[in-house]
Design a protein around this ligand. Sequence first.
Ligand code: ATP
Ligand code: MG
Length: 375
Amino acid sequence: MQKKSKQTIEELEYIISNIPDLVIRINLKGQITFINAASILFFNKTPDLLIGKDLEGLITDEGMAPLDQSLIQRIFETRQAEIIEGELHSPSGVCRNIEIRILPEPNRFSDERHLVLLIRDITLRKEAERKIIQAKRKAEESDLLKSAFLANMSHEIRTPLNAIVGFSQIILDDDITREEQERFYEYINQNSNQLISLVNDIIDLSKLESNHLVIRDSAANLNQIVEEMKVMAENEKKTREKDHILIFLEKEVPDEEGFIMVDHYRLKQILTNLLANAIKFTPKGYIQFGYRLKDNNTLLFFVRDTGIGIPKNKQGEVFQYFHQLENTLNRANTGTGLGLAICKKLVELMKGTIWLQSEPGKGTSFFFTIPYRKA
Ligand code: ATP
Ligand code: MG
């Protein structure tokens, strides 16, 4: 009989020592009376340094908050098992999420009353939970964004289309003067251009969102690109009746060394929007743009204006889709609020970063980097 019970104990010991959870038994004073192999491994202390020690001391010392003496006392009194969650910092400095089941032992086991603690490492589960919650939030957000996007887009498309349809219906009426005809033609032309640039932006956007936009590098001359941008900006200035604004171009590399590998079409697209913004939002003063070599491998482009500026708390928002700052919403500053969002995505696809510095009333500087690779 004794042999049989000895064998049973050995079997149980074998099982407990192979449980990956920490199994700890404590008495009424909170002192450890039993500890399994997993706990010894976790605390990295020999059993004689653990048996008889205060569990609270051991665990709170390690940064474990929710397991305190009052909880232990309560379980002794109510004899109700409890499950709590917390964090445990192992002596090696690793923080783990844990779940502790605290079970009151039946009185009949021994004269002294005991609790058994089963401590399980739930770090992976917690991580998975966090990821699921994050993914859910993201899905909900993008759902909202999509609805707002569609509403915005149909408005943006309908406005120029209505103008085009409306003016083309009356442009040939008999009672219309030649001047009126010219003016209506101009409206139709402007609105058509606006519609084309909106459709282009939307196509880019959907390609960017579905990761279908490919950056195609080829050899191009950096100085030629920025010179072309200057001509574009001078034209834009005229269209916006801002001839009084001066535009300065800064180039660092000599023409003959300016051949680089770049997607020149996309680079021009970024510069075009930054320059158009600078012209749009600058009532007087000047615009300075160009590039510098940030280091041997990086080009730094900048577009600086002396315009209305962007308040600090709004500076992050301007890179969001359809985001236009209230103070800039007037008829002269028409736009959709897609430009900077597209610029940011393009710059990032080109392995660079984009940022801005601005002071309301003084001006704004946009900067972006792209890799500098000589062709
Ligand atoms: P789109 O470029 O789609 O035609 P947009 O120019 O209004 O329209 P973004 O280029 O994305 O849109 O710019 C977003 C907003 O950021 C602008 O509406 C404006 O409020 C603000 N902003 C951008 N550039 C400047 C600038 N240089 N100075 C002041 N505000 C600016
Ligand atoms: Mg813009």
